[in-house]
Design a binder for this molecule. Structure first.
Ligand code: FE2
Length: 429
């Protein structure tokens, strides 16, 4: 009997058990829950000839940061090409492109694939979400591009919790907060354990300035979320950020030390680096004393996991860590070797962090001013890129440009006007 996945795509396995495990694995990938590796492992244990089970396993390994295991799983899938459908063959090719770092080719191939197979969620998910192939494309207008992508797919999915949550995310990141919240609540009603759903419900609450509501919502939701799951560290970062915003510094440090910083977080290195560097600097901006040792720790982590440049969002956070830790050599390396589609912005941001660390505020202003209008290209969510907005705001305050600082926050990030945690802003406004 022909098996199908949850989206009615035919699967080349005869085993109902393998199919069930595959569907569980796919749902785990789509909902960012823990246990996806185990689910796909069960699928291929039951049916070792199930090619998409091996591809799914490769994807699950990628999401847990184990690229070596992902390569082994994908090689196994390669040996099973005979008899596969065109759609299934495309999975092997597409995830091969992803695993070999050919992001732009993979993005183009996903776009092409979903024209024929719009309900192939396992492929479509590569281009959705903030950390997806569109999110990290470096394109100007990539937030609108993501909205167009999910908007085109949405009608094909009916009331599917995953697709609804992805479109809600796209709405949130283009400033449609009410519509995002309404759709996300519906998606979470259908599947309350979808971490991509709770994540961007938290974003919508952040964008709406609902700090207390956001804190209690996310703290409650996190109780049932496995600390080994891919978004645990990042969701904890959101919570730490809100603790900072409410002035609860003790709670902020506790969350960082329990779930965000190197050695505590179990997520992907890009989250550990960007979340830790970000919360440390945002704490400094708020006037919190950040021990030098914390900067040295995250700088060393960046040096270990991101010794070479090329991932712009990681690169700007690595540069921040190196600048604040006083590691001139590593910082110079980021500046000298910045590469990839956003290298033109990585370099001035890295120079800006250097100037900030040296408290040369005029130089910092000169470095960051040309970046502010287009920092969307660097990647990350709006909440994450508030790191740059608030750093820039602080530079203006340091230089005595109080009126300009006031106009800046009101025009660019009005939600932060009343609650931007930047020391000195209250007096300025
Ligand atoms: Fe986030």
């Amino acid at each position: 009997m022909t098996q199908t996945d949850r989206y009615d795509n035919a699967l080349s396995t005869q085993s109902d058990d393998a199919r069930q495990s595959y569907v569980a694995g796919v749902d785990g990938v789509l909902g960012a829950t823990y246990g996806t590796v185990q689910a796909f492992e069960r699928a291929v244990l039951v049916d070792p000839g199930f090619a998409l089970g091996h591809v799914g396993l490769a994807r699950a390994h990628m999401m847990s940061g184990d690229m070596a295991a992902a390569r082994i799983a994908l090689r196994q899938a390669e040996t099973l090409r005979g008899g596969l459908s065109e759609r299934e063959l495309a999975h092997i090719d597409l995830f091969g492109l992803l695993l070999s770092g050919q992001a732009s080719q993979c993005r183009a191939a996903v776009r092409e694939h979903v024209l024929s197979y719009p309900r192939d969620a396992m492929v479509a998910q590569l281009c959705t979400n903030v950390f997806g192939l569109i999110g990290f494309s470096g394109h100007a207008g990539r937030e609108a591009e993501l909205l167009a992508f999910t908007n085109a797919l949405l009608p094909h999915y009916g009331r599917d919790w995953w697709m609804m949550s992805m479109h809600a995310l796209s709405l949130c990141e283009t400033g449609q907060i009410n519509a995002a919240t309404e759709l996300m609540d519906q998606a979470l009603d259908l599947n309350p354990v979808n971490a991509n759903g709770s994540h961007f419900k938290a974003h919508a609450l952040y964008e709406a300035g609902q700090t207390q509501t956001g804190m209690s919502y996310l703290a409650d939701w996190l109780v049932g979320y496995d600390a080994r799951a891919v978004l645990h560290g990042h969701l904890s970062w959101h919570l730490a950020l809100w603790a900072l915003q409410t002035g609860d510094t003790e709670r902020m440090w506790q969350i960082i030390d329990d779930a965000v910083a190197p050695g505590a977080a179990q997520g992907l290195p890009i989250n550990v680096l960007t979340d830790t560097a970000s919360i440390l600097y945002r704490a400094e901006l708020a006037g919190v004393d950040v021990p030098d040792e914390r900067w040295r720790q995250i700088s060393a982590y960046a040096g270990r996991f991101f010794s070479e440049t090329g991932q712009s969002f990681a690169d700007i956070h690595a540069a921040l860590a190196h600048a604040m830790a006083g590691d001139a050599d590593r910082l110079a390396h980021v500046i000298a070797t910045a590469k990839g589609p956003v290298r033109d912005l990585v370099e001035p941001v890295a120079r800006g962090w250097h100037a900030i660390a040296e408290q040369d505020w005029q130089r910092a202003l000169n470095d960051l001013t040309p970046v502010m209008a287009s920092h969307e290209r660097l990647g990350g969510s709006r909440a994450q890129r508030d790191l740059l907005e608030l750093a820039y705001l602080n530079i203006l305050l340091k230089l005595g440009h109080t009126d300009e600082a006031r106009r800046l926050v009101r025009s660019r990030r009005p939600v932060l006007t009343a609650q931007a945690p930047v020391a000195g802003l209250d007096q300025g406004i």
